[in-house]
Each structure stands twice: as structure tokens, then as C-alpha cells.
Design a protein around this ligand. Structure first.
Ligand code: HEC
Ligand code: HEC
Length: 205
């Protein structure tokens, strides 16, 4: 005997197909919008493939969408201070911020060898074991063994060492003002050499 779907069930199925099509269409609109914004301004500093044109500008390739959206919102509301970025985000909506994050999250960069292998070796130790004498925790316990992070934890792998080093210094001095409690307590225990070493290591991951 043939089983016929009840009219109610058929309506529910039709509605969910429509909803799926609509959300798909929105995703495409968002993607096109993100491409337009990124290709219109962001690429000047962050590069066409998120590779960035200088160590002063963080690489965005492979960075997590939610983390990117969070930082863009913080630049916009002034919680994270950067005169350069503040002027880039004035008109962005929350949807566009997330779409930009998704745009960059899909990209990836090849791994690069550390320029100073000995410094990187010291950084590797700190990354996985911290410094038990001064209380620096192991970075891997939060950022992960591969330094790829998660939605709320930034990816550090393939990032420029110069940028990482700078951020550690600004967490230490509390110049990076958005959500800095955890990273301030990490960075305040670190020496200049440890910061440089761990930055050298993660950039080559
Ligand atoms: C004129 C250069 C410039 C342009 C154009 C620019 N940025 Fe930036 N961006 C920077 C600098 C410099 C920083 C680092 C700020 C700091 O040190 O806190 C940054 C930081 C960021 C960060 C934080 C990354 C992290 O790892 O925490 C994100 C996300 C970002 N930019 C996205 C964008 C997007 C999206 C656009 C386009 C709408 C854009 N930027 C345009 C210079 C630029
Ligand atoms: C207890 C968890 C925790 C530990 C341990 C930790 N971090 Fe972080 N780290 C975070 C969080 C959370 C953020 C994101 C802050 C935000 O959302 O603005 C962050 C952000 C960062 C950033 C900024 C990245 C960017 O793209 O701007 C750097 C660099 C960083 N951490 C390096 C390190 C290093 C190096 C170590 C080890 C010495 C370390 N972290 C240990 C939680 C941690």
C-alpha cells in the first residue's frame, strides 16, 4: 500500500525547502558582498589572498570567521584601538563582518620555515610547556597543538612573527583593550626573548 504524506506534512516540507533556498541565496549575497568589500579596500593591506603586504598588517587567511567578526566589531565600537582599522569598519554591518570572516577563513597559506631556527626551537618549548619558573602557561592549552585555534581563539599558525610579537607586547601593556584579561595575564609573565621566540615558532607552523 502506498503511503501518502499528509497535507500538513507536505506543507512543512515545502516550507523547509523554501527556507533552505532563501538562506542559500542570502549566503551567496553575503559572499558576493564580502568579496566586493575585501577587493575594494581590505586587500590594500591584508592582500588578495589574506597573505598581507607587510608584517604590520596581520594575515587573515585561515583566521576564524567568528574571531574576525568579533575584532571588526571591537574596532568599530572602539574597544580595540587602531586608528587604521577604525576608519575601515565605520560602515560595516554585523552580517558583513561575519561574511568577511567567512571570506578569509576559506583561504590558506603555505607553511614557511622559521628564519631563526634556534629561536623557533626555544619558542616551541614555551608553546607546549610554558615557563613553570615564571608561571607562563603553555600556549597550546588554549590555541591548540597545531596553533589553528577555534571560533573564539585566534589562529596563530602562518601569522607574521612581527605581528604576534607586537600583539604580545600590547597585551602586556594593556594597549590591546578588548577582551585582554586572559592574554594580559599570559603576556605580563613573559620576557622579551620569550615573546620573540614563541612568535618565531608559531609563524612557522
Ligand atoms: C590601511 C591598511 C589596512 C586596511 C585597508 C585594512 N586593515 Fe585590517 N588591519 C590593519 C592593521 C594595521 C591591523 C592591526 C591593528 C592592531 O595592531 O591592533 C589590522 C587588523 C585587522 C584585523 C584583526 C586581526 C587579528 O588577528 O586580530 C582584522 C580582522 C582586519 N584587520 C580586517 C580588515 C578588513 C575586513 C578590512 C577591510 C574592510 C581591513 N582590515 C582593512 C590595517 C588595515
Ligand atoms: C587560557 C587561554 C590562553 C592561553 C594559555 C594563551 N592564550 Fe593567546 N589568546 C587567548 C584568547 C581567548 C585570545 C583572543 C582574545 C580576543 O578574542 O580578543 C588570545 C589571543 C592571542 C593573540 C592575538 C592574535 C591575533 O590574531 O591578534 C596572540 C598573538 C596570542 N593569543 C598568543 C598567545 C601565546 C604566544 C600564548 C602562550 C605564551 C598564549 N596566547 C596563551 C587565550 C589564551
Amino acid at each position: 500500500m502506498k503511503h501518502k504524506a499528509s497535507p500538513r506534512r507536505r506543507i512543512a516540507v515545502a516550507a523547509s525547502i523554501l527556507l533552505f533556498a532563501a538562506s542559500n541565496a542570502w549566503a551567496q549575497v553575503d559572499e558576493a558582498r564580502a568579496k566586493k568589500i575585501a577587493g575594494g579596500s581590505c586587500f590594500l593591506c591584508h592582500g588578495e589572498r589574506g597573505e598581507s603586504t607587510s608584517e604590520v598588517f596581520p594575515r587573515l587567511a585561515g583566521q576564524h570567521a567568528e574571531y574576525v567578526a568579533k575584532q571588526l566589531a571591537a574596532f568599530q565600537n572602539g574597544q580595540r584601538k587602531s586608528s587604521t582599522m577604525a576608519s575601515m569598519v565605520t560602515k560595516l554591518t554585523p552580517d558583513e563582518m561575519l561574511a568577511l570572516g567567512r571570506h578569509y577563513e576559506k583561504m590558506s597559506l603555505p607553511r614557511e620555515e622559521a628564519k631563526d631556527p634556534q629561536l623557533a626551537a626555544m619558542g616551541r618549548y614555551i608553546y607546549f610547556s610554558g615557563n613553570k619558573f615564571s608561571g607562563v602557561p603553555a600556549c597550546a592549552s588554549c590555541h591548540g597543538a597545531a596553533a589553528e585555534g577555534t571560533a573564539s581563539l585566534p589562529r596563530l599558525a602562518t601569522q607574521f612573527s612581527g605581528y604576534i610579537h607586537n600583539q604580545l607586547k600590547s597585551f602586556n601593556k594593556r594597549e590591546r583593550t578588548n577582551d585582554n584579561a586572559v592574554m594580559h595575564s599570559v603576556a605580563e609573565k613573559m620576557t622579551e626573548l620569550e615573546m620573540a621566540a614563541v612568535a618565531e615558532y608559531v609563524s612557522s607552523k
